[in-house]
Design a protein around this ligand. Structure first.
Ligand SMILES: [Zn+2]
Length: 254
């Protein structure tokens, strides 16, 4: 069995520990805050076997060196971001597999936010760690890739089992909700989900993880083919990635 521990880090990041009870191995998805991650390990009497990085941004790799010094763990990082990541022991890319104990994770390359970005998917467990590619009701900014890259990456994510639990790296959901309502105002499921998100946040609770199916029904960045969104944007004839590009452009200015 895999246990996931979610650790609030920095201002709005989440770190994640994934622990396999059978092998006693523990990995950290990214390293936003070495101190907070080490404390979470110590509290449980776990030791860190490896860090799996999703992409090269500082709030994802900033704790790599300190955690490696403290725990002697391996660092596994996306080869497409290799120019920007120090201290990695292994580089991974699309189609590679990693193991924690006997449990396999698939690596999927999702360029867009950075060109090397990867996500880690435990298909048998229906759990995915998606870094800054997909957020609840949002997606990562296009710092390096274009809208066509990101649209393709989001299509790969949408193709996962709809019951997959999505662990993204930021609590951006409330802001994303306000924007989503401007693009898809008629969506009844979005209204229902919006109500839940607002009450969770009002109670100081997390909105992460979420189930992929909820996002497929309500996240405008996954719904560029939806006739109502296209009509709302006046883009009935555009291709899906062009509709996605317009939604991303509007969000950047929101
Ligand atoms: Zn990032």
């Amino acid at each position: 069995m895999l246990k996931v521990v979610q650790i609030p880090c920095l201002s709005d990041n989440y770190g994640f520990l994934v622990h396999d009870e059978a092998s006693k191995q523990t990995i950290s998805i990214d390293s936003p805050d070495a101190q907070a991650i080490s404390m979470a390990l110590e509290q449980r009497n776990w030791s860190l076997s490896a860090i799996w990085n999703t992409h090269h941004h500082f709030d994802h790799v900033g704790g790599n060196a300190a955690l490696q010094t403290r725990w002697g763990c391996e660092i596994i990082a996306p080869k497409g971001d290799a120019a920007h990541i120090e201290h990695a022991d292994h580089w991974v890319g699309d189609g590679d597999k990693l193991k924690i104990g006997n449990i396999t994770a698939d690596i999927i390359h999702t360029p867009g936010h950075t060109m090397g970005h990867v996500i880690y998917v435990f298909k048998d467990k229906k759990i995915a760690f998606v870094g800054d590619t997909l957020f609840a009701l949002g997606c990562g900014r296009l710092f390096e890739g274009g809208p066509k890259d990101m649209w393709r990456s989001l299509q790969k994510l949408s193709a996962l089992d709809p019951q997959t639990k999505i662990y993204c790296a930021h609590e951006y959901t409330e802001g994303n909700l306000r924007f989503a309502q401007t693009v898809d105002p008629q969506n009844a499921e979005l209204k229902t989900r919006g109500g839940k998100i607002t009450s969770l946040r009002a109670a100081g609770k997390w909105t992460i993880p979420f189930v992929l199916a909820e996002d497929i029904a309500t996240n405008p960045f996954l719904r560029a083919s939806d006739p109502k969104i296209r009509e709302h944007l006046g883009l009935q004839e555009a291709s899906n990635w062009e509709v996605f590009a317009e939604i991303r452009r509007r969000k950047d200015e929101f």
